[in-house]
Design a protein around this ligand. Structure first.
Ligand code: G3P
Length: 496
């Protein structure tokens, strides 16, 4: 159970502590932040409301800890990460329980998130020892005008203190996707979890403590974004920010100093369906891609662009599958669970009502109880409807019927997002042309958009983000190249 057993020390009374300098602490603010359970809409947990002074202290200790961590042999860093991964998996049950209560993630998916996170950490360790165990050797005489008098040796060095800000939808997994690469590369890490998901993150961080990471190397600071958000992201002690979330990322990138940024800010992933597509495969992927975790994924299918001649048939197939989705509490492992907050449910409802007023066809009756919204397919959506462009982050999915592939590509590219997209066709040549024409970070051919496997590159263009993620890219992003040039008095040619 969350907050018990090995996790008993991370809670005092009913309030979870924050983690700094290798210890679980109470904030001097004496205040806490409540975490509302999306299902019951009642306070489930409380976490510390940390102060700016506490942020300053965390930054100081992170800076000191990083210096000696960078001198820790790579194999030892990897060893500790493997240990943390094993401990995390061992304690998957209480962490998954927190995910169910804080963010209403279906019970089985919550367990999967923790296990996937353990695997991700181990992969970071493996990838890190290979990637960081080698550099480059360059000679000068390949550039015009030079003799072979200079040898350049390059290696990858850490950036310093990495600030990690994951979102509510994968608080554990999208935290470790930043923590693993940062630590293996020799950085220290300050984690600011989302409020909903903070308790799962605190448990996950405790697994790193149990693994024996040096004090101060990892910290987890909780609190109100309004009080410590800007203070953290603009803090002079931060050398890199890795953020996943919404529009806030645009504000962060405008305010951040001259430091590397890794940002993933959502998407409006289009699913383009051609006449020759296997419609059963498409329907199955629309259900998985559009409705898993109630559509609260950056990579969810968020608009279907289907050629008119096969639209009726596809809509019927999707409707039949929507009817089979179970709706209810995450504890029962239902397919559709309450969305994260009342404001989110209200926003989704606003998009649905706008579409209704403008004449969209509802394939199911719109139904909502509290934060629970029944799955809804909206047919005959037109570009003048908000839902054609905006990201609902909920179980509602628009269908736009298109007269040509070009029309579909045009709609996809007119979006201010550009995370992923997908195309369904049996013609690989057409699929390649469409993929090349789609202005998105990734295009999936004959499958729904998805970030994983977690070592694949993951990136968005336009408002969807900055930089590229995936384990290898994240390790590279959280390092800098350092060169040492050996200057010889006379040219030297090997075996010359
Ligand atoms: O930020 C990415 C996340 O929202 C989706 O990840 O693994 O469900 O594709 P995934």
């Amino acid at each position: 159970m969350a907050g018990t057993g090995v996790f008993a020390e991370i809670i005092e009374g009913e309030v979870y502590k924050y983690y700094a300098d290798g210890e679980w602490k109470l904030s001097s603010s004496g205040k806490s932040v409540s975490i509302v359970n999306p299902t019951t809409r009642k306070t489930q947990y409380k976490v510390q409301a940390c102060t700016q002074e506490e942020v300053n202290k965390v930054m100081e200790t992170a800076k000191v800890a990083q210096k000696s961590w960078a001198k820790t042999p790579l194999w030892k860093r990897a060893e500790l990460l493997h240990k943390a991964a094993a401990i995390l998996k061992e304690h998957k049950a209480p962490i998954a329980e927190a995910l169910v209560k804080e963010i209403a993630k279906p019970a089985k998916d919550a367990v999967t998130e923790v296990v996937r996170s353990g695997d991700l950490i181990s992969y970071c360790a493996e990838e890190g020892v290979r990637l960081l165990g080698q550099g480059a050797f360059l000679v000068s005489d390949s550039f015009p005008g030079n003799e072979r008098t200079k040898y350049c040796l390059t290696s990858k060095i850490p950036l310093g203190v990495v600030l990690a800000i994951p979102p509510f939808n994968y608080p554990v997994n999208l935290a470790v996707s930043k923590i693993g690469p940062a630590l293996i590369a020799g950085n220290s890490l300050v984690l600011k979890p989302p409020t909903q998901g903070a308790v799962a993150c605190l448990h996950m961080v405790h697994c790193f403590q149990l693994a024996g990471f040096p004090k101060g190397l990892i910290s987890c600071i909780t609190g109100k974004g309004s009080e410590i958000g800007d203070f953290l992201t603009m803090h002079p002690g931060v050398n890199c920010i890795s953020f996943t979330g919404g529009d806030t990322g645009i504000a962060i990138s405008k305010k951040a100093g001259m430091i590397p940024l890794q940002m993933e800010l959502g998407g409006k992933d289009a699913c383009i369906v051609l006449e020759d597509a296997d419609l059963d495969l498409v329907a199955a992927n629309i259900i998985k891609g559009g409705f898993s975790y109630s559509g609260q994924r950056c990579t969810a299918v968020k608009v279907i662009l289907v050629i008119e001649s096969v639209a009726d048939s596809l809509v019927e197939k999707v409707k039949a599958k929507v009817a089979k989705l179970t709706v209810g509490p995450p504890e029962d492992d239902c397919d559709i669970t309450p969305v994260v907050s009342e404001s989110s449910a209200n926003f989704i409802e606003g998009l649905v009502m706008d579409a209704k007023q403008k004449g969209a066809t509802f394939c199911q009756e719109y139904k909502r109880e509290g934060n629970l919204i029944w799955p809804l397919l909206l047919d005959h959506v037109r570009p003048d409807m908000r839902i054609a462009w905006e990201e609902p982050f909920g179980p509602v999915l628009p269908v736009i019927r298109i007269g040509s592939v070009e029309e579909g590509i045009h709609h996809c590219n007119a979006s201010n997002f550009g995370l992923q997209g997908c195309v369904f066709t049996k013609d690989i040549n057409k699929a390649m042309l469409i993929s090349d024409a789609m202005e998105t970070g990734t295009v999936q051919i004959n499958s729904a958009p998805a970030r994983g496997p977690d070592h694949f590159p993951f990136q968005g263009i336009k408002d969807s983000g900055i930089g590229s993620q995936g384990i290898t890219n994240s390790i590279n992003m959280m390092t800098k190249v350092k060169s040492t040039v050996i200057n010889l008095p006379t040219p030297s040619y090997t075996m010359g």
